[in-house]
Design a binder for this molecule. Sequence first.
Ligand SMILES: Cc1ncc(COP(=O)(O)O)c(C=O)c1O
Length: 424
Amino acid sequence: MSTLTTPDAVRARAAELDAADPLAGYRERFVPMGEGRGAEAGEVLAYLDGNSLGRPLKAAGEALDRIVREAWGTRLIRSWDEQWMDLPLRLGDRVGEVALGAAPGQVVVADSTTVMIYKFLRAGLEAARTADPARRQIVVDTENFPTDRYIAEGIAAECDAELVWIEPDPATGVTVDEVREAVGPATAVVLLSHVAYKSAWIADLPGITRAVHEAGALVLWDLCHSAGVIPVDLDAHEVDLAVGCTYKYLNGGPGAPAFGYVAARHQASMRQPIQGWMGHAEPFRMGPGYEPSPGMRRFISGTPPVLGMVPLGEMVELLAEAGMPAVTAKAADLTAFVVEVAEGLLARHGVRVDSPADPARRGGHITLGHPDSRELTARLWEAGVVPDFRNPDGIRIGMSPLSTSFAEVAEGLLVLDGLLAGRG
Ligand SMILES: Cc1ncc(COP(=O)(O)O)c(C=O)c1O
């Protein structure tokens, strides 16, 4: 039973949690959300959407200014040789080390998540099918993010592959048993999200990866909602392929490029479908015929988005400084706090918690269920509280451990309480 049944109790608990938070000081490193003029002036009071678009670091602006003045402004095209050609791989290695549990030489930063999923799913399908022509199935789930499902559908049509759908419980997510039932001798690739974008369910990545391998297939994990917030030990669990975005918990900014991981053991046998000059073994030879570069470079297609990688570079260093274990621990405290408020103060308005009850099974956000969620979310935005609405009736409370305080979460949820109370 939650004891947080009054606004005072909620505020007092938030103050206690903020005072004990070893990461509290990191908030200062982000660009302020306003000048304290309030929601009437259009300012955000509680940003509860950091799992959709992370806030910018002050250092990101400084680094962008620096690159414009220095590497781009004065070194000009020489910067390609001096630092930019290797940037997708250098930064990929750093993302891999800090957030993914990946040894160097297996991560690249490029494209968008959507494009990267396309490239890797096609590459995986082709590799599995080349090894065994009977493997023509792609396993996906009905609760995965739309882009994952749409790409799988497109590839199935394009490559004469067959889709096998898992239909998980929307309140949780895909289980090992469901995967075991779906895979078999015809499976080529299984595409799943590590953390479910609606419920925040953490799939059993080690168990599912093992089940897929026992069936002789490959797994492609979408890490959009886990990278930078919960541990992802790709090498330790022998994951084959993974993709994720960098604008959520990696604070790369709107449209920042994605990252992609291909286990070293697969790289030589994977052919990605968008074979452009930058993935060529010798891009500047500009000769006839495509010859893939050895290693991760072959997964690059065209000119890398150098400016788009700058904020990500800053955030990865901040995560390294704070340490992923501390970030994960704070994420768990933040979600536990939301659950406590929901089960205390908000339960009397019929608010449900639509994320897993087991803290070990949920990522960095909590989805609250209420029949009027769509309208409530709109009214929260007007009041300077910014969560996300998720179909059919969820208010998604997304917190980012280095930039979100407990007081901010408390204020946001108290505004929600006020809106619900006012409806009488
Ligand atoms: C699980 C998941 N996959 C993919 C995407 C988006 O892909 P893209 O970055 O190409 O828009 C999102 C965006 O929120 C997501 O949550």
